[in-house]
Ligand binder design. Structure first.
Ligand code: G6P
Ligand code: MN
Length: 436
């Protein structure tokens, strides 16, 4: 294939990188001329570079490859930039999860107050990254899956409204795949309608083109009575799908994003969480340890017993890039400024809705119906709390941060909000802007 692309992965040292690279290299609609790993942590970047070199050599891929910590070198001439940076790494994720739990409330990386702690760090790091990209590659497409996505998308919209950025999350794909696999459907025939904020939404319908009907009523009934098949899931993910069944039992009209467990049943989630061993601990001992082991094996010329495979995580992001490149108009759930897509929700919210992707970028659909008050009310509180956090960031305002924390629906009262806020200010140090 001609028209070979230059790709930069920002946050190249991440444990997701090998899967994304393999997806890129093997994608039928995508040809890579040059691959660059960019990370501000030279040690992590070097280790990942060893793994990627090994993958390229073993597979005899003819791709130029470099890793760099210099933004000019990373971005100049790039066609697509995939961003998955995690400011503060797993060590800070662990704090995001454990500090709220210490106060008896939800501790999660993107939802609740852990998500706000991460959001403050992420805005700082991601704005800097997008600033570099605007300087060295303003025409490049930024495909972003840096979390927490609604918060960083809102910050970028305010600071760099001209940026060519697409914000995407794999959560809806994960939900649809597990439902389709559990109940014997083929997801490639689906035209689902979903609306919400990132990690905070509902399916309105799941129309199956080949069957000619909306599958949602029967799927809801199946989830309620049998539950989805979690046998292939890690324990912590299995739990969120089991909690999805709890949500549907009490709110049976729509299929929820499983992350709504944090806002609807925070009590249940806290009960189910070990405050001394959270998801960050699992990742550090699993995915991150695997990188260390693989690097050691490659250096010792040992056969790597850990074969990396193309990842689902990488698949959707490369599919989006291919849809831009070949003007394919494929449909994805994407995170976009509302502007009427959800007619009865404030226009300046950042929402997640079905969107078509082509050479011009993202074309979101308008739902053309009003969402129910229950969902609208939950979303409005969430939008306001996230916007207050972004205000706090740009205005260096402790007051706005306290309002954001208090309004978050995982928080029982302002006293708890303030305690967690003060703990996070201390734990984050220079990762956060100064608040006064
Ligand atoms: C899903 C979400 C991502 C999130 C990830 C965490 O894929 O969409 O936004 O980062 O889960 O997965 P992990 O394995 O790191 O807990
Ligand atoms: Mn996500």
């Amino acid at each position: 294939m001609s028209n070979k692309q230059i790709i930069t992965i920002a946050g190249g040292g991440s444990g997701y990188t090998p899967g994304i690279v393999l997806t890129l290299l093997n994608h039928e609609d995508f040809a890579v001329k040059e691959l660059r790993l960019y990370d501000d942590d030279p040690i992590k970047n070097e280790k990942m570079g060893i793994i990627i070199d090994h993958i390229l050599e073993k597979g005899h891929y003819e791709v130029e490859f470099k890793r760099t910590e210099d933004p000019e070198e990373a971005f100049t001439g790039a066609d697509f930039i995939f961003s998955q940076i995690r400011v503060g790494k797993m060590e800070m994720r662990e704090k995001d999860e454990k500090i709220p739990l210490k106060h008896g409330i939800v501790g999660q990386e993107t939802c609740g107050l852990g998500g706000f702690s991460y959001g403050m760090r992420s805005m700082k790091g991601f704005l800097e990254l997008v600033g570099h990209i605007q300087e060295y590659a303003p025409e490049a497409w930024i495909l972003n899956y840096t979390n927490p996505e609604t918060i960083v998308a809102e910050a970028i919209r305010r600071e760099y409204p001209q940026a060519k950025i697409i914000n995407a999350c794999d959560m809806t794909i994960g939900i649809e795949e597990i439902i389709a696999d559990s109940f014997g459907f083929d997801r490639s025939n689906w035209l689902p309608v979903y609306y919400g904020l990132n990690h905070f939404g509902w399916y309105d319908s799941i129309y199956d083109v080949s069957l000619g009907r909306d599958l949602m009523p029967e799927i809801l009934e199946k989830i309620k009575t049998i539950g989805v098949d979690v046998s292939k899931e890690e324990a912590s993910w299995a739990q969120t799908y089991e909690n999805m069944q709890v949500i549907i039992e009490h709110f049976p009209t729509h299929i929820p994003n499983n992350y709504l467990e944090y806002y609807l049943y925070p009590n249940l989630v806290v009960e189910q969480t070990d405050p001394a061993y959270t998801r960050a601990n699992q990742i550090m001992e699993g995915r991150l340890q695997k990188i260390e082991d693989t690097v050691a094996q490659i250096k010792n010329n040992e056969a790597t017993d850990l074969e990396y495979e193309s990842s689902g995580h990488g698949q959707y992001i490369v599919d989006i890039a291919a849809s831009i490149l070949h003007n394919k108009n494929d449909r994805f759930m994407l995170i976009v400024p509302n502007k009427g897509a959800i007619p009865n929700l404030r226009a300046d919210a950042v929402v997640e809705v079905p969107s078509y992707v082509n050479a011009r970028g993202v074309e979101p659909i308008s739902l053309r119906f009003d969402i129910p008050d229950f969902h609208k009310g939950l979303m409005e509180a969430q939008v306001a709390s996230e916007k207050l956090l972004v205000d706090a960031f740009f205005e260096n305002s402790y007051q706005k941060a306290l309002e954001a924390f208090t309004l978050n629906q995982t928080v029982p009262n302002a006293t708890v909000a303030q305690k967690v806020l003060d703990d996070f200010i201390e734990a984050n140090g220079d990762y956060w802007p100064e608040l006064s």
